[in-house]
Design a protein around this ligand. Structure first.
Ligand SMILES: Nc1nc2c(c(=O)[nH]1)N[C@H]1C(S)=C(S)[C@@H](COP(=O)(O)O)O[C@H]1N2
Ligand SMILES: [Mo]
Length: 157
């Protein structure tokens, strides 16, 4: 009975820990976990979401910086076959959004996109957090995946 209670407590803790971290997949297929605390230490930028006509400014880590840390090509290397590189963002409910790497590269498409971890100075609530994708300039919030759980670099075949 006691063992069951301890097991239950441990699995609840593990569930909480996984909800507060991101699963990352690098260009070479290797995987690692990034905690919310580690994400919070990375440089942040503000991006405003057009939420059905209402402007809401989020703060988060540029997706380009995450992609760079995962070995995605950058600078002069971002041409030829590298232009088939995409970033797959997946949420806890299975909602998926793909961004083309060149689209968000500052030297190419220069569209700013962040993985937001706060809004108005406060962490994101359970409805949308702990992480939400926010793409600058989108006319509607459809690409703004809430409850993001993983970010993966992929190459389209
Ligand atoms: N995880 C997840 N994110 C999502 C969606 C979803 O179904 N699941 N819907 C998208 C769409 S179509 C919109 S309009 C907004 C809606 O966010 P809201 O429910 O907070 O208004 O979230 C976007 N992000
Ligand atoms: Mo929507």
């Amino acid at each position: 009975m006691r063992a069951v209670a301890v097991g239950l407590a441990l699995s609840l803790l593990a569930g909480f820990a996984s909800a507060q971290s991101l699963q990352l997949t690098a260009a070479d297929g290797s995987q690692r976990t990034l905690s919310a605390a580690a994400l919070a230490q990375m440089p942040h930028e503000d991006v405003t979401l057009n939420d059905h006509g209402k402007a809401v400014t989020f703060r988060g880590v540029p997706v380009r910086a995450l992609a760079t840390s995962l070995g995605a090509p950058e600078g002069e290397a971002l041409k030829g076959p590298a232009l088939a590189t995409v970033i797959l963002v997946t949420a806890s409910d299975g909602y998926r959004v793909v961004l083309g790497l060149a689209e968000i590269d500052p030297g190419t498409g220069a569209r700013r996109a962040i993985l937001a971890d706060s809004v108005s100075g406060a962490p994101l609530d359970a409805h949308q957090g702990p992480f939400r994708l926010v793409v600058d300039g989108d006319k509607r919030p459809a690409r703004s995946a809430r409850n993001v759980v993983s970010v993966a670099i992929k190459t389209v075949n």
